[in-house]
Ligand binder design. Structure first.
Ligand code: C2E
Ligand code: MG
Ligand code: MG
Ligand code: MG
Length: 277
């Protein structure tokens, strides 16, 4: 009958919920183990200087290869880490690997500025500046070789506190970027007050084809805004050569995306560099 069908539906629905929260719980336990066992790896995606056509920087991106499930997207495990408090350990792990790699390149005479994504909880833990100091010291890495990427929403969560932390970092010579610009809640008056060096245009603003004029208008406007506030502008998610040409014409400073390279392990990144010189 209809009634029993309804009942079954509810049952199925509840099972689905139960199963998915059980899966999440399992995933959380596995993530905790993976962090403890240093199984979170870092890949590097090049950023191309559009003026010189050279790779001068890289974004560090966390990678988790789960023994049974295979590759798990950061789009899944980063939010999970943020919800469960694991992000601080994961984040400092990624920061350490990134500084170690940046230093290794630097001491081989390869100047690649490495950008690390920083979550809101890392920024307001109060220990980020201390950790950065320790890592720069430990690996003898000049501060200018380190960049930190902060999303709009991270910055707006507690803007006044963020400004204080950012000044400490910037006084040391660390480069600061606003990530995924245009997707969050952006207060233009705050944008002016944040001590930022780099603006990363979110890939949703990139022109997908020549005919898409409104996207072009937005990209142009965001580049002008960034330059007007003395920032250099990076376009992220650049997938085709046409976009590269257009971004260069618009005066965008850097490009990052699959058209240049996917994020790759450090050794592969070094090979990319060998090829270009
Ligand atoms: P994000 O910081 O904006 O990083 C850029 C994302 O765009 C990366 O996704 C990268 O692989 C992807 N991407 C780059 N070029 C292209 C392209 O041409 N086309 C397309 N479709 N995608 C492109 P990924 O590695 O999956 O990371 C997703 C997000 O997870 C990152 O976005 C960042 O918010 C977060 N994340 C990754 N690693 C970390 C980390 O170590 N710490 C923190 N807090 N967040 C991280
Ligand atoms: Mg980023
Ligand atoms: Mg981004
Ligand atoms: Mg993003």
């Amino acid at each position: 009958s209809c009634k029993s069908l309804g009942g079954n539906r509810v049952q199925v629905y509840n099972d689905t919920i139960r199963q998915s929260s059980l899966e999440l719980l399992r995933l959380e336990q596995d993530l905790r183990k993976a962090i403890d066992n240093n199984e979170i790896q870092v890949h590097f995606q090049p950023k191309l200087d559009l003026n010189t056509g050279k790779i001068t920087a890289a974004e560090a991106l966390a990678r988790w290869h789960h023994a049974d499930e295979g590759f798990i997207s950061p789009g899944i495990f980063i939010p999970l880490a943020e919800r469960t408090g694991l992000i601080e350990t994961l984040g400092s792990n990624v920061l350490e690997q990134s500084c170690r790699q940046a230093a290794s390149w630097y001491h081989q005479g390869i100047q690649i500025q490495v950008a690390v994504n920083i979550a809101a909880q890392q920024l307001d833990s109060g220990s980020l500046v201390k950790q950065v100091d320790e890592l720069l010291n430990k690996y003898e890495l000049p501060a200018k070789m380190l960049e930190l990427e902060l999303t709009e929403s991270t910055l707006m969560e507690d803007a006044e506190a963020a400004i204080v932390e950012m000044h400490s970092l910037r006084n040391r010579g660390v480069t600061l970027a606003i990530d995924d610009f245009g997707t969050g809640y952006s207060s233009l008056s705050y944008l002016q007050r944040f001590p930022l060096d780099i603006l990363k245009i979110d890939r949703s603003f990139l022109m997908t084809d020549q005919g898409n004029r409104s996207q072009g208008t937005l990209t142009r406007a965001i580049i002008a805004l960034g330059h007007g506030l003395n920032m250099r502008v990076v376009a992220e998610g650049v997938e085709d050569p046409q976009q590269l040409t257009e971004l260069k014409q618009l005066g965008c400073d850097f490009a990052q995306g699959f058209v240049i390279s996917r994020p790759v392990p450090a050794e592969e990144f070094t090979q990319l560099l060998d090829k270009q010189y």
